[in-house]
Design a protein around this ligand. Structure first.
Ligand code: SP5
Ligand code: ZN
Length: 348
């Protein structure tokens, strides 16, 4: 499979995220992607390619113009507020809750950051926009490869994407790679596209992008939002709305869930994708279901991941993978390539 990697990913390197009233070191670090690249040197899965730039019009298929403008100018506005800000990451500290307005972006930059965010764990840095744009380009290039006839392609990029919505960042995500790939597949001629999100955390951004649409099925297997991030979305009773009623499936599992139960959920997810008669598949591939993940609660082992790839390959659909979470940094390369290897050696 073609692997589109992000040569600009290091430009996004946050210093800290807010956790229990303190700033702590970021979990979403450049070394994550370096480990995957390194593992791919030992176990090649396909051609490593840099993507062509992403035209703004393709980003606007998923994200609002005002949000993209905000991201494009955020760092300069931050530094314009106070030159000393250049030494610090942007993090929000005020947000519009229910009853507040979100239709009037404030002139005040700090207030605008909160309008376009849902947590204080997603630092925006000098190079974030560059890294995010090239990351989106990886997702679009992977979709284009599949549209051109490839069986599969991998958008190997960070920052991750699946928590980012039409108009908001959060969960270490800025532009939603999986949603951009799914939309690109639709725009390129796929009639029905399924997104099967296997990251430990609910794919709230992707769900929100497609919630009222019948042409894109969104399925997510994740830690139960009653106890797990992102908390405010991802319950089993969220099934879609309007035209999209019945085209969202959430499979929340309790913290502590092991591979057998997880795999049964994957089979449920796969059956739904088949019932939907999808003609292309996007897999937001988070490796934070791993037992050693420092911020997550499932107990999958490295040896389980090839079987995940096998199950996905057996679906027989043109497939785009996007790289999402996975914070056991030393193992994230092995676990990622284990999924790809299982996929590659399996015929539908
Ligand atoms: C893409 C993805 O996996 N995003 C996950 C975002 C989770 N953010 C909240 C994590 C809070 C955990 N902080 C724990 C610090 C303790 N050392
Ligand atoms: Zn995650």
């Amino acid at each position: 499979m073609k692997i589109f990697h992000n040569p600009d990913h290091r430009a996004h390197s946050g210093r800290h995220e807010m956790y229990r009233g303190r700033l702590v070191a970021c979990h979403e670090v450049p070394a994550r992607l370096d480990h995957v690249m390194n593992e791919l040197q030992h176990r090649p899965m396909g051609e490593l390619l840099a993507p062509p730039p992403a035209p703004r019009a393709r980003l606007e298929r998923v994200h609002s113009a005002r949000y993209l403008d905000f991201l494009a100018h955020a760092w300069n506005e931050w530094v314009a507020q106070d030159p000393a800000n250049a030494e610090m990451d942007v993090l929000p500290s005020v947000w519009p809750a229910r009853g507040f307005r979100s239709d009037v972006p404030p002139d005040n930059f700090s207030a605008r950051v909160g309008l376009f965010s849902f947590d204080a764990g997603t630092p925006l840095t000098a190079g974030t926009w560059q890294a995010a744009q090239t990351g989106a380009a990886c997702a679009l290039a992977a979709a284009d490869a599949v549209l051109a006839g490839d069986r599969s392609a991998f958008a190997l990029t960070r920052p991750p994407g699946h928590h980012a919505g039409p108009d908001f960042l959060g969960g270490y995500c800025f532009l939603n790679s999986g949603a951009l790939a799914a939309q690109a597949l639709r725009d390129g001629g796929a009639q029905r596209v399924a997104v099967l999100d296997v990251d430990y955390h609910h794919g709230n951004g992707t769900q929100t992008v497609f919630y009222d649409r019948a042409d894109v099925l969104t399925v997510s297997i994740h830690g139960d939002p009653r106890t797990e991030y992102p908390f405010y979305l991802g319950h089993a009773d969220e099934t879609g709305e309007g035209n999209g009623l019945g085209t969202n499936l959430n499979l929340p599992l309790p913290r502590g869930t092991g591979f057998d139960t997880w795999l049964a959920a994957l089979d449920t997810a796969i059956a739904r994708v088949h019932a939907f008669r999808a003609d292309a598949l996007v897999v937001p591939l988070g490796l934070d279901s791993f037992e050693g993940d420092p911020i997550s609660g499932f107990t999958l082992r490295s040896a389980d991941y090839p079987r995940v790839g096998e199950r996905l390959a057996a679906m027989g659909l043109p497939t785009v993978f996007t790289f999402e979470g996975g914070y056991a940094v030393a193992e994230v390369g092995i676990n990622t390539v284990n999924v790809l290897e299982g996929f590659q050696h399996t015929r539908a």
